[in-house]
Ligand binder design. Structure first.
Ligand SMILES: [Zn+2]
Length: 216
């Protein structure tokens, strides 16, 4: 670390997103906060055509992960990428036997509002850590209301057919293995809608990885 970098580090040190203690450069959580993350089993969500989607999470939506995920409201792009690297280190290795890491897209309106797509930045962090290509395969067709304001039934209506394949996916051959990435999984309907849309590419497999999953 040169003098300038040291100075920047003193003025803008990396802090734990959960407890604000100092952490090693480019880390997002300190060791005590990391220790509070409780690993949880993957959860299965039904897809069309009697298929299923395994959703793997770093942990339950505990305090530390909650603070990390809501960092998006503070426009923290490095935190999102560091979260992706953390997921790459901590999630089961067999999950990463895939051809592409694919983010759940954000609607352009919210993209403009926030400046970046947190799921995409998490996916890029994972891609860099694992050396697996990042590829955006989906786009949102229309505006969806904020999911957390809606009931489960309303959520399902809100996201049904909300995604479509990007026009530049013509080169994708059948049989690819996809890892779909999002920041959070609450009811699973967003990931289900995304996976149902990706199924049109005739992939060999689709699994999902998220930072935190709400236990319900
Ligand atoms: Zn901490």
């Amino acid at each position: 670390m040169n003098f300038f970098q040291t100075l920047v580090r003193i003025i803008y040190p990396d802090l734990c997103f959960a407890c604000r203690e100092l952490v090693a450069p480019n880390e997002v959580l300190c060791l005590p906060c990391l220790a509070t993350i409780k690993p949880i089993a993957s959860r299965l969500f039904p897809l069309r055509g009697r298929k299923e989607l395994h959703v793997h999470a770093l942990g339950a939506y505990c305090d530390a992960l909650h603070k990390l995920v809501t960092a998006k409201f503070r426009r923290s792009l490095p935190a999102a990428q560091a979260t992706g690297r953390l997921m790459a280190k901590l999630l089961p290795e067999e999950l990463f036997d895939v051809d592409y890491i694919v983010p759940v897209p954000l609607h352009w309106w919210r993209y403009a509002n926030r400046g970046y797509n947190q799921a995409a930045e998490i996916a890029k962090g994972m891609s860099q850590e694992l050396g697996i290509p990042y590829r955006s395969l989906l786009m949102r067709r229309r505006f969806t209301k904020f999911q957390y304001l809606l009931s489960r039934d309303e959520r399902q209506k809100n996201v049904a057919d909300v995604f479509s394949l990007r026009p530049d996916t013509g080169d994708i051959k059948p049989g690819i293995r996809i890892l779909l990435v999002d920041d959070l999984c609450t009811t699973g309907v967003t990931l289900q809608a995304a996976a149902n849309t990706l199924d049109a590419l005739k992939p060999a497999s689709i699994a999902a990885a998220v930072c935190a999953r709400a236990l319900s």
